[in-house]
Design a binder for this molecule. Structure first.
Ligand code: NI
Length: 137
């Protein structure tokens, strides 16, 4: 078995959201989510980093062709979420609070099925320059 090595692809999308739990009162929502609970939504410039770990293919010298990875991310993630209102325009967040945590898990699940099982997958999502999440942890 060869040694594992990680490759990364960065992508970007803009999206609007509102953090809100319909099971909580308006006051509780405002307390927990602050500005992110404002009724009329707000936007973020999301930076997405997709990490794929595997062995180097002796034929190509690649773990995975990053053009293929980029195309997968664009087709199944970016086109779905870019310039969308996550709460209103996507089935994924119709009943799921679109926190960075939940968005990262959704993106992981969208990509996991599209990647060969030999690859390990990790998703890092920056909601702001200072706030980011990683899944799986
Ligand atoms: Ni927000």
């Amino acid at each position: 078995m060869g040694q594992k090595i990680a490759v990364y692809r960065k992508e970007h999308f803009n999206a609007a959201h509102r953090l809100h739990n319909p099971n909580l009162s308006d006051a509780e929502n405002a307390l927990i989510f602050g500005k992110c609970n404002y009724a009329n939504y707000h936007g973020h410039n999301y930076e997405l980093i997709v990490k794929v770990t595997g062995e180097i293919d002796p034929k190509t010298g690649y773990v995975i062709d990053l053009k293929i990875l980029s195309d997968l991310i664009n087709q199944f993630v970016i086109e779905k979420f870019d310039h969308k209102n996550l709460n209103l325009d996507t089935v994924e967040f119709k009943d799921l609070n679109p926190t960075a945590e939940n968005i990262a898990v959704v993106i992981y699940n969208l990509l996991r099925d599209k990647l060969d099982k030999q690859y390990e997958l990790k998703v890092v999502l920056y909601e702001t320059e200072r706030n980011y999440v990683e899944y799986p942890a």
